[in-house]
Design a binder for this molecule. Structure first.
Ligand code: NDP
Length: 292
């Protein structure tokens, strides 16, 4: 079997095109320009690239953005002051704190300080709680990107066994939570695996849909995949200047029925979902940012 390629780049491009129109409509009817404020602390090269990509994507969609670039030596209370200012700035609709933060700063404290209505990454406990209860406000960007990829490539999720490799707060747990809910592109039976899972290959081989998010290059091999399974690779691992996923793409393609590439799979979807959340945040917050 040669797997069908799930082209995240193309799917994300069409979502961003649609979104551009929605942003323009929203702007025309409200005179409000949705705005994302990103906070970048320190000099981490990958974080700088991610924030630049998000800035460019905002501009293309007609969303305003501002980036607060802060020294890696900033104190926690200075950072909390900035978040508080952005929370009360009526021209800012979405706030994104680029992770990781330097050691002197408690990430949880900072993420919890973002007001839930501007929490476009869906990290605030109120938003995660709502997600768990099946009444989400924002959907977390990467898990939502995975769900939309499945929907747009006509993968039937209802009643299937989804196995998620990884239990992080940013990918593994929320993607499991979303796919187990009642609803479209959901209703799955979900197993979440992690580093303490026994008989991992037995688990992964029982998956109709396998989602890999562990951060280990080409960890998922052919033997770990049931013939005909759909494989979604969330991993982004830089190895000798090359980007590799968590799945050994060539060998797994010979057994899976559909698979996402890296790059060009889940990655572009994450940004598209962030833009959607920013527009939604602007809608939620009403019409305050009048253009003069
Ligand atoms: P984390 O490091 O936070 O979590 C990794 C998870 O994998 C943990 O739950 C860990 O288990 C589990 N794990 C690690 N090794 C094994 C193993 N040998 N067997 C089973 N489970 C294992 O990673 P993230 O969720 O933040 O990211 C995962 C990957 O996805 C990374 O490559 C990251 O770059 C990428 N990513 C991509 C995004 C995108 O937009 N495409 C967005 C976010 C992340 P335990 O909890 O027991 O330690």
């Amino acid at each position: 079997m040669t797997a069908r390629l799930i082209d995240g780049k193309a799917i994300a491009a069409s979502i961003r095109e649609r979104l551009k129109n929605s942003v323009a409509e929203f702007q025309n009817s409200t005179n409000v320009t949705p705005k994302l404020a990103a906070i970048l602390v320190g000099e981490d090269p990958a974080s700088q690239v991610y924030v630049r990509n998000k800035e460019q994507a905002c501009a293309k969609a007609g969303i305003a953005s501002e980036v607060h670039r802060l020294s890696g030596t900033i104190t926690q209370s200075e950072l909390l002051d900035l978040v508080a200012r952005l929370n009360s700035d009526k021209t800012v609709h979405g706030i994104l704190v680029q992770l990781p933060l330097p050691k002197q700063i408690n990430e949880t404290t900072v993420l919890d300080s973002v007001t839930p209505l501007k929490d476009v990454d869906c990290f605030h406990p109120e938003n995660v709680g709502r997600l768990a209860q099946g009444r989400p406000r924002f959907l977390p960007c990467t898990p939502h990107g995975v769900q939309v990829l499945l929907r747009e490539s006509n993968v039937n999720v209802d009643g299937t066994h989804v196995v998620v490799l990884g239990r992080s707060e940013i990918v593994g747990k929320p993607v499991g939570l979303m796919l187990v809910q009642k609803g479209e592109t959901a209703n799955a039976t979900v197993t979440i695996c992690h580093s303490r899972t026994r008989n991992l290959t037995e688990m992964t081989r029982s998956a109709d849909i396998l989602i890999a998010a562990i951060g280990k290059p080409e960890f998922v091999t052919r033997e770990m995949v049931k013939p005909g399974a759909v494989v979604i690779d969330v991993g982004i691992n830089r190895v000798e200047d090359k980007l590799l996923g968590d799945v050994a793409f060539d060998e797994v393609s010979s057994v899976a029925s559909a698979i996402t590439p890296v790059p060009g799979g889940v990655g572009p979807m994450t940004i598209a979902m962030l833009l959607e959340n920013t527009l939604m945040a602007a809608k939620l917050q009403g019409t305050v940012n009048k253009i003069t």
